[in-house]
Structure formats: C-alpha cells, structure tokens
Design a protein around this ligand. Structure first.
Ligand SMILES: Nc1ncnc2c1ncn2[C@@H]1O[C@H](COP(=O)(O)OP(=O)(O)O)[C@@H](O)[C@H]1O
Ligand SMILES: [Mg+2]
Length: 321
C-alpha cells in the first residue's frame, strides 16, 4: 500500500475556548489536487498550518509524506513547499534575490541555485520585473513569486492557502494555469484552500467542503453536485419578486425557492416537467417574465444543501496586500 501524501486523523485545534477545527479526517493520495472549500473562518488556514508544521494540533494526528507533523516536523518541512496567506515578503529585495536567499536557507549550492532560479523564472513570468524590488509588484506577481519560492527546493507537495483571493480575473487565470502545470508536468501534490466555488470546481480533483471547523462533505466536483438531486429553474422577472414570494411558493412541483430582487430560483425534481408550471405560476403571481432557464446544480447549491446557507455572500476583490 502506498503512503498517502496527506493523512489527517481526528485532527482538532482549539484556541482557548474557541474550537477552530474539530475531528478533521483527510486522506489525500500523491498526485492529487485537493481543494479545501469553505467560507471565511471555516478553519481552512488552521488545517493548512497544522499540516505545514507551523501550528500544533490539540487533538488527533497528521502525517505528511508519511511523517508525523508533531513528532517529525523537520522531515515534513523538507518535503513540502507552502505559500500561505500571511507571508510577508521583503519589499526591498528583488524577486531574484528572494529566490537566492531561499536557496541559501535550504543549503542549495549556488551553482544549483542559479540553474533552478533560471527554471523558475519562467514560472514567475515576471520578465524584467524579476530584477525589480518586490515592493513594486502587484498582488498577482507577489503570489507567483511566493509559489516559486515554495518550489525552489523541489518539494513533491505544495500547500497554497487562498492563492487567488483578491486577485483580478486575469491573475487568477494565470494562477490556475500554474497550479495545473505544477501538478501535471511535475506531478506535485497540491492542497489548496479557496472561498471561490468556481476555483474549487475547475482546479481540484477532489474537494473537501469545510464549514464551522469540520469537513461536511468530500468528493469530486461531479460527485458533490450529484448530492443535489434537483434541477434549478432560474427566472428573471420585471419588478420586485420578493413582494410576491409567498404566492410563488405554491407553484406545483417546486420544492424550495430563493428569491433575490428580480431573480427567482426554484428547486424542482424534474426541470423539464416543472419549467412550464413555474412560468405560469410566476405570471399568475402578477409578474412579467423576462426569461426562464434550467440549470444543473452548482457547488453553491451543494453548499446550501449541506449547510443551509449560501457560501459566498460577498468575497472581497480588493488586493489583500
Ligand atoms: N490564533 C488564533 N487565535 C484565536 N482564534 C483563532 C486563531 N486562529 C484562528 N482562529 C479562529 O479559528 C477559526 C478558523 O480560522 P481559520 O482557520 O483562519 O479559518 P479560514 O482560514 O477558513 O478563514 C476562526 O473562527 C478563527 O477566528
Ligand atoms: Mg484562511
């Protein structure tokens, strides 16, 4: 039997009275991109920090590359790279200097370091800016430099804590491409955390949905979506749908409704069958229908099913640093 890249058993962490995570179990095979998906405060960073040996668990145990994070942290550190939320990279140095310093920290000879830095230059994709001070970098550039630094000692495993939070769409796309490339071409096992449903959906082979310090469900995006057996009818109407919400609830075949402004989402067991009666019901409630469509469940529907709430109320788009 091969050793899982990451194994967590009944992992827990408290801060005083505060339970940050509780009874977390993970088994992540080598070569996988695993996404921890959950809202702010769910416990994602706590899990990552424990697995990176930066925080001790108060319960349970975890093994990374077969080594216990509590009793063998150095063995773990040699085999992982991490780009965490809190990394403060020194603004006075250039990207190239940062990488050279990292090489020294890991005892990599300068000849080897030169070679690796040249390779990683492509990954960072900073062009001339590679020799400029980091303080002049954009959020996306800093994140890519973070990852290059984390990869310098060629770890087989990479931890990325919210790698795209606050990035613009283009930088986010670039980061996604990079994650895929590291996984596909170099076989790096990647554990990433995210608050973005779309990010988990498109990047992760498997997702652990985390809420209130626990993993509430796990599976491939497709498997998770299958948990929601219903279809969703989406109607856009003229005017305020909220005012007639109670009348809409009586429409035949509708299991539940989400009404926000001029948008109505109705969960139904058979979309093709129900779409007509939803359209009629909306008109009978006195609203004018602009359009009506059918969609299959998204991870947000899954999150709603599991926790009773939507995940993304509002995730900030401003740069975090
Ligand atoms: N050092 C700490 N002291 C006290 N509470 C903490 C500390 N770190 C995290 N927490 C709490 O633990 C919970 C999980 O936090 P965190 O793992 O950072 O969540 P996430 O990364 O998913 O946003 C939160 O309620 C947070 O306030
Ligand atoms: Mg966090």
């Amino acid at each position: 039997m091969t050793i899982p890249a990451i194994l967590a058993e009944n992992l827990g962490r408290t801060f005083g009275d505060k339970v940050a995570i509780n009874n977390v179990n993970l088994k992540i095979p080598s070569g996988e991109v695993y996404g921890l998906l959950g809202p702010n405060g769910a416990g994602k960073s706590t899990i990552v920090r424990i697995l990176c040996t930066l925080l001790m668990p108060t319960q349970g145990r975890a093994r990374v590359a077969g080594y216990d994070v509590a009793t063998d942290p150095m063995a773990v550190r040699l085999r992982i790279g991490a780009a965490l939320q809190s990394t403060a990279i020194d603004g006075l140095q250039t990207g190239r200097e940062m990488l050279a310093l990292q090489a020294q920290l890991y005892g990599i000879s300068s000849v080897v370091a030169q070679k690796r830095i040249a390779e990683l230059e492509a990954l960072v994709d900073l062009g001339k800016d590679f020799d400029k001070r980091v303080s002049t970098y954009s959020g996306g550039m800093k994140r890519r430099l973070d990852i290059a630094i984390a990869m310098l000692h060629r770890p087989p495993m990479l931890f990325l804590d919210e790698p795209t939070t606050g990035l613009d769409p283009r930088s986010r796309q670039q980061m996604w491409d990079e994650v895929r490339r590291l996984n596909k071409e170099l076989g790096v096992t990647i554990l990433l955390t995210t608050q973005y449903l779309e990010e988990a959906d498109s990047l992760a082979h498997r997702i652990g949905i985390i809420n209130n310090g626990g993993v509430v469900s796990e599976g491939s995006p497709r498997e998770l979506k299958r948990l929601v057996r219903d279809d969703i009818v989406v109607a856009n109407v003229q005017g305020d749908a909220v005012s007639v919400e109670s009348r809409l609830a009586d429409i035949r075949g509708v299991k539940s409704l989400t009404v926000t402004g001029d948008r109505i989402e109705a969960r139904v067991s058979d979309g093709a069958q129900a779409i007509g009666s939803v359209a009629i019901g909306i008109q009978q409630a006195g609203l004018t229908l602009n359009d009506i469509t059918l969609r299959t469940p998204t991870l947000d529907d899954v999150f709603m099913e599991l926790t009773g709430a939507h995940m993304n109320k509002e995730v900030g788009h401003e740069p975090v640093r």
